[in-house]
Write a protein that binds this ligand. Sequence first.
Ligand code: SF4
Length: 107
Amino acid sequence: MLPEVLLLKEFKGNDAEKLVKKCPVNVFDIEDVGNGEKKAVVSRPRDCTLCRECISGGGEENISLRRVRDHFIFTIESTGALPPEVLFTEAVKILEQKCELLISELS
Ligand code: SF4
């Protein structure tokens, strides 16, 4: 499921740098907001493993971590015989056939 990372408060200056360093997979970046001020932003939410390191030692009220329950990410690896887009469409056809079989068995 798609990870969702939301900052519920602004992390500026040292707080922003600490937050960026806490994340082992570099979900956060520091952005220049002008006037020499910098703040943390969520740049790569898809990379989040929900390890909860960013809220370790408190801070659960400042960062929201969850998985989006109706957004699924699939990874397709081809051995080279068929390109991934063909594998995907063939897999969907097979899944469709299985669903139809299940529905007919149920009725
Ligand atoms: S939960 Fe882990 S991977 Fe996700 S943003 Fe926080 S520290 Fe990074």
